[in-house]
Design a protein around this ligand. Structure first.
Ligand code: ADP
Ligand code: MG
Length: 456
């Protein structure tokens, strides 16, 4: 009975190369459809209004603010100009109190502005700001916004664990600017971007062959550099650079080729955003632990494999988190001691047999492997759209990836990389590089604030 549940899962989560090629092709098609016209695809392909990326020549003091899904970070960076790059960078991370994720817009931005003001005060203690110039801030806001300029954007919808009704449709820069004013903080938002755009910018600052920035953290998203004349839906004047960074919002990608199971369907229908962000729900950190929890619950109820246990914890949504499944999945002790501990600590499942623990590891493996392989197919889709998936092109193509899932879940990132090379084939793999961009998203915003305020 238990074996049957696992065998079913294995079969339903299978991602053979042919399926991944279909997913990659569908991603490339959706990209074209989304660029073609507003609302042309579930993949929104939003214009970021970032038409030039940092070059390494930027100079001066800039602040960055990164609001992701779990924490936010504030940072202060001193740029040296002339390829001296970052001279110094100070940062602070603050957890977002959960009640603010579903409160009001002014409460959330008020909290952020007050933390930012504290950081600035601490950083500038004993120094005097030269010429009393207004400080410049790059704001990384990792939710879908519709932009009309590089320093403004209205929130389209919330994703991940956020749900603050009164912020939807509002300009998040204006909200932040008002909140900063209330704090008496003299700071100007020079750029609004998201973490994928920030990762792209942060990596491009050091390496001009970077073509895309991708996030696998609480959620997932991708941004890449598109030729301005390949964006039919764009009505404005074309930028001098001839390029535009596209914020794909690929978390909302869907294709009939995606291997969606009963567990995923239930997770989706009970989520804050049913029917949306299906690709994100299959591939990102917020959800992988939750999928495994649902499988373990079914396993327990159908087979009794865990014995007579209290199911309260196992029935609690999001109680098993991705870092927990990562710890179990990487357990290399001979008797799976870590799996034993985690099951007991987190789910109150005690006295498991080694066989049962092996089964739990296999479930983690199936769910994480599917995520990593689908993630790789998405990357292959971008390369396909850019015409960089063939072996004729000698151009180096670097994809910068950031996010807690990619950074900390080694089996996920290894599998992602191996799968991308499997899909590209030996020849084209030689020109494609995956790079871990450590905290591009925070610094990227400050870099874009710098390049936008200096080159115009
Ligand atoms: P955000 O997306 O909020 O900016 P991060 O990029 O820091 O945040 O990613 C946080 C996510 O990374 C968490 O939600 C979690 O799913 C995942 N994560 C963090 N640590 C680990 C870990 N040790 N193993 C696996 N996943 C992890
Ligand atoms: Mg982040």
């Amino acid at each position: 009975m238990a074996e049957q549940v696992v065998a079913d899962l294995r079969e339903k989560c299978a991602t053979p190369p042919s399926l991944l090629c279909d997913v990659a092709a569908a991603m490339a098609d959706e990209m074209c459809a989304g660029l073609g016209k507003e609302g042309g695809s579930r993949v929104q392909m939003l214009l970021s209004y970032v038409d030039k990326l940092p070059t390494g020549r930027e100079e001066g003091l800039f602040y960055g603010l990164d609001l992701g899904g779990t924490n936010f970070r504030v940072l202060k960076v001193q740029l040296g100009g002339n390829d001296k790059h970052v001279i110094s960078c100070e940062s602070r991370e603050v957890a977002i109190p959960p009640h603010l994720m579903s409160g009001s817009s002014s409460e959330l931005f008020g909290f952020i502005a007050s933390e930012l003001a504290k950081f600035v005060a601490d950083e500038e203690k004993g120094t005097s700001l030269s010429n009393e110039k207004t400080r410049k801030l790059g704001f990384t806001f990792s939710f879908p916004v519709r932009q009309r300029s590089v320093a403004s954007g209205t929130l389209v919808k919330w994703t991940k664990a956020f749900s603050i009704e009164d912020a939807v449709g509002k300009d998040v820069v204006a909200e932040l600017q008002t909140a900063m004013q209330k704090q008496g903080l003299d700071m100007h938002v020079a750029a609004l971007i998201n973490d994928a755009v920030g990762t792209l910018a942060g990596a491009r600052y050091y390496d001009e062959d970077v073509v895309a920035g991708v996030i696998f953290g609480t959620g997932t998203n991708a941004a890449y550099v598109e030729k301005a004349n390949a964006i039919p839906k764009w009505e404005g004047e074309l930028p001098n650079s001839g390029e535009m960074v596209i914020n794909m919002e690929w978390g909302n990608f869907y294709s009939c080729h995606l291997p969606v199971t009963e567990y995923d369907q239930a997770l989706d229908s009970e989520s804050l955003n049913p029917g949306e962000q299906i690709y994100e729900k299959l591939t990102s950190g917020m959800y992988l632990g939750e999928i495994v929890r649902r499988v373990l619950l079914k396993l327990s109820l159908q087979s009794g494999i865990f014995g007579e246990i209290d199911h309260t914890k196992l029935k609690t949504h999001f109680h098993l988190r991705t870092p927990h499944i990562s710890a179990m999945h990487h357990d290399d002790t001979p008797n799976l001691k870590i799996v034993e501990e985690k099951l007991e600590e987190i789910l109150e499942i005690a006295s498991t047999s080694l066989e049962t623990r092996k089964m739990v590891v296999e479930i983690c493996d199936i769910v994480a492997r599917r995520a990593a392989r689908l993630a790789a197919a998405g990357l292959a889709g971008i390369l396909k759209k850019l015409g960089r998936d063939g072996c004729v092109d000698k151009h180096r193509s670097v994809i910068a990836i950031d996010g807690g899932l990619f950074e900390h879940y080694a089996k996920f990132s290894k599998c992602l990389e191996a799968t991308l090379y499997e899909l590209l084939g030996e020849q084209s793999s030689k020109s494609v590089v995956i790079k871990h961009a450590d905290d591009g998203s925070g610094i990227g915003a400050a870099l874009i604030a710098a390049s936008q305020s200096q080159c115009r």
